[in-house]
Ligand binder design. Sequence first.
Ligand code: GLC
Length: 741
Amino acid sequence: MKATYLGFLASLVFLNAQAQHKTIGQRADSIIHLMTLEEKIGQMNQYTGDWQATGPITPDGDKQNQIRKGMLGSMLNVTGAAHTREIQEMAMQSRLKIPLLFGLDVIHGYRTTFPIPLAEAASWDTAAIRLSAHIAAKEAAAAGIHWTFAPMVDIARDPRWGRVMEGAGEDPFLGSQIAIARVTGFQGTRLGSTDAVMACAKHFAAYGAAIGGRDYNAVDMSDQTLWNVYLPPFKAAAEAGAATFMNSFNSLNGIPASGNAYLQRTILKGDWKFQGFVVSDWGSISEMVNHGYAKDNTQAAEEAVTAGSDMDMEGRAYIGCLAELVRSGKVKESIIDEAVKRILVKKLELGLFENPYKFCDSAKEQSQWNDAANLQVAKMMAERSIVLLKNQQGLLPLSKQTKTIALIGPLMKSVRDNLGFWSFAWPDDTTRIITQYDGIQKKVGAGTHLLYAQGCGIKDTSTAGFSEAIQAAAQADVVIVSVGEAGNMSGEAKSRSNIHLPGVQEELIKALCATGKPVVVLINAGRPLVFNWTADHAPAIVYTWFLGTEAGDAIADVLFGDYNPSGKLPISFPRSEGQIPIYYNHFNTGRPAHGDAPAPYTSGYLDLPNSPQYAFGYGLSYTNFSYSGLKLDKNQVHSGQDIQVTVQVSNTGNYDGEETAQLYIRDIVSQPVRPVKELKAFQKVWLKKGETKTITFTLTSKDLSFYDNDLHFSFQPGDFKVFVGGNSQDVKEAGFTLLDQ
Ligand code: GLC
């Protein structure tokens, strides 16, 4: 035994000496050379801590022994500098002392909660989004976390799906820009900084296209739709250097993602040359038995590792079955070595071999609690995420000297609902989170009298509280009513077949409007909701999503004019569940319905207009912006030539404000057909009232390209339209011809 140990020590010393001039890959190879098969498989095994389950927990009390034996490569849902140190010390008792990775769902903030990702996407502000991710990473890394399971980059066209809150909406281009911002925000310029964490692009792939918007459901789509709509944000994340990917629960065209070699080996590790590692989703490897794709865990493990799933999250398929599969010759050990190398390379890049405890600094962790600068960024992000949907007769912004304001609604005084799903509960939340009531109270003058009544619950059907609310409204100069979903009515496993305002909330809005008082409606949700009566009758509507720790202050800033709302919808809002899926970048069909009153024998509904209640890219300001002088620098272009697109944007209203100018194209004739509009660029422009600026976009051949029937990424000669405007519907139009391939 002693000789072995001495031999081992000698090899470590040698390794260390060698490490000075070996590449990371060579160092990983040297470590693998020392590992037993069981130790290799241990690296591919991830368990949850019992701190916060994010999936069905398998009770097995000997996790600590398994850690000491090197049978785990990573843990999730363990947090805190002291706690992670304690567990890392157990890993250092293993034979090879390979450090653990600690992963956590830091989706939109850790100690400081930022707006839900769909809300941040409504800002179209990639710099702000990157900063938000950077702060989340800093706070999480200070708490011992090496790896966040974010960004979720799933395109979502179905708001019944609860996880629409977690992504960036329906558009591949916007989704790609935001994926890049989040990956670079989380990871910083290089892995290993203790102010950064590894990112994880998820859920690979097409999880957002679950049939019926029902979470975990099957996905069935053409390769063209997969490549042109659902893969681009993943490709962008990979090109931005995402350290890891997570596969998805869904099957894609009959093959579960965890066992899908086309996705993981052909596309991700092949075409895209991804060098990181792929972690399964929670138990998704073992769930291939439920899918009916594997007869048992052994076959599931074989399918998954062969298809390129490198780490098994909470599935226990790898730890239970891989060794036998290798020994029986069904799985080559080289496949195991390749997966383990991908995992070890990330641990080496993080610097965990040199110092397994580098992220376990309790003093640094304390320094990140309630950091004023972090909270300020959270408020800025929240303000920019708010979307003004309606503002009749300039009811907003309100005066801070308004004499009496009635504050009504089930979300007006709500606390944790402001954080939305994928947020962390802290003991001092009730004092830390700025409620909407508190934000407004702090904002108004001493002379303003606030009246409050809840009016109704979020989901209950009782109208018993209406009379008190109506009384308060009757005494007020203006009514602000805060309605919507509870924070846990969207998120994972939170699909809803009915996405109307829940309970009797719209009846409450009707009753308040019936008082004749001006009513401002705040809608809090993790998804587009249906609220047609409110859309038609309430004078002012503000979509506040779930805005995080600073929600109340951000909302008050907008309501009283200290921030002029600039948000634009990253997803279409349906008039009815019957319209779903509804998205702006749809095909024209052979019988397109023009306008909202479709002629007979055209593609429309007998009982509903085709148009959404609110369009992709839509959002108002307290001022008005006008577009003029749209020009292309050439109306014929050869392949490889760029086109300069210029347009004047004017602020014709009474407030300084920020506009997000959007550029769309349409490829008029192509095979296969292309959508009636595709977002290809956007620019945020700040304009003082009365100011005009000329903005320029550059269109390249890449912008005109798409994956054709042979999945070649290319463009086709022919006529194109260019649209520029402040949303996807109200646009100026120009055209050009692409002369050759
Ligand atoms: C969950 C989610 C995934 C998350 C993981 C760990 O089931 O699907 O997004 O990162 O498990 O919590």
